[in-house]
Design a protein around this ligand. Structure first.
Ligand code: UDP
Length: 343
């Protein structure tokens, strides 16, 4: 297949490119390198492999999007490009509208012009907000009521894609889409080639790795008074390679006109304290903690009911042990203390 991967130079997108190339697909990456890096693309064969090409620019720029889509026939689009920090979205909500909504519209316009029939959208469990009683683990039927601008931008994205697909269907151009609502994606490519390199970094696992490497003095624990067993937030941590395998299965199963939505999380919740303990065991480092107030926009407890993604797509996550997941991150971070800038 010929695929466009928006955000393919980012953490999750680059892991997708790796698996797609391994599967024999041809990939055009569209990325503005705002938070992504050229280095993972080079490591995956940019410049030497005819299966990988790259268009640098923003998804909000219609001419840039058109440049990526006009490189050849497009069988499917994986749309990863987005801003994705809950905390940042609270302070800069309009940036999230621009990237996650306007950018999505530009990409969908190009899908329309080029007759694309398969589209996988990076959505988020944060579209659920704080699920009501009886809805944890979270099924796809849970009401979506996001509590952050980021979550809202992803939910609006889902609505826009549904509306676009309906309009395409009326015009006799069936458009198939799958929303993959990610839980907490973490870990790195187990071969050690690709990693996670964000500036600024705000995610729990990479920050723990930076504390373990001595680059930060401590981790700030955001909130110890949540209504959870140990008072800290509970999340479902899914390994990036398992997340990507769900995308590949979705692309394979998706038919023009399909409307699908799957939660992608392993179905086990860990508290922030449990993740800190696991990181201490994996790294052998003390990892000092400073307990602090809640972070705006955080839901207290989110973990997945993975039955639908398993039964419909045949998804079978293989990295389900949290220490194994954190070890794959430590493997990369400890060898790349300066991220992709490490020589
Ligand atoms: N967290 C924390 N300290 C940090 C970063 C994150 O206590 O420095 C907590 C955060 O409040 C949340 C969990 O770790 O409960 C996962 O946060 P992350 O930012 O990794 O992912 P999110 O759930 O926001 O997508």
């Amino acid at each position: 297949m010929n695929l466009i991967v928006t955000g393919g130079a980012g953490y999750i997108g680059s892991h997708a490119v790796q698996q797609l190339l391994k599967g024999g697909h041809r990939v055009v990456v569209l990325d503005n390198l705002f938070r992504g890096h050229r280095r993972p693309l080079e490591l995956l064969g940019l410049g030497s492999s005819p299966a990988l090409s790259f268009v640098e620019g923003s998804i909000t720029d219609a001419s840039v999007v058109e440049a990526a889509f006009s490189k050849g026939k497009v069988d499917a689009v994986l749309h990863f490009a987005a801003l994705a920090y809950v905390g940042e979205s609270v302070d800069q909500p309009l940036e999230y509208v621009n990237a996650n909504i306007t950018g999505l519209a530009r990409v969908l316009e190009a899908c329309g012009r080029h007759g694309v029939e398969r589209f996988v959208f990076s959505s988020s469990c944060s579209t659920y907000g704080n699920p009501p009683e009886g809805m944890i683990p979270v099924p796809e039927t849970c009401p979506q009521d996001p509590v952050s601008p980021y979550g809202r931008s992803k939910l609006v994205g889902e609505w826009i894609i549904r509306d676009f697909a309906a309009a395409q269907a009326r015009a006799g151009k069936p458009f198939g889409f799958a929303f993959l609502r990610y839980f907490n994606v973490c870990g790195c490519d187990v071969s050690g080639l690709l990693g996670e390199d964000h500036t600024p970094e705000s995610h729990l696992v990479p920050i723990l790795m930076q504390v373990a490497m001595g680059q930060r003095s401590h981790i700030d624990l955001f909130g110890t008074d949540y209504p959870t067993p140990d008072g800290t937030c509970v999340r479902d941590y899914v390994h990036v390679e398992d997340l990507i395998s769900a995308h590949i299965l979705a692309i394979e199963k998706l038919r023009p006109g399909d409307a699908r939505a799957y939660n992608v999380g392993i179905g086990r919740g860990y508290s922030v304290r449990e993740i800190i303990e696991a990181a201490r065991r994996v790294t052998g480092k003390p990892i000092p903690v400073k307990e602090g107030p809640r972070r705006a926009g955080d839901a207290s407890m989110l973990f997945n009911d993975p039955r639908l993604v398993k039964s419909d797509l045949g998804w079978n996550p293989v990295h389900t042990d949290i220490e194994q997941v954190i070890r794959s991150a430590w493997n990369w971070f400890s060898r790349h203390p300066q991220g992709y800038k490490t020589a």
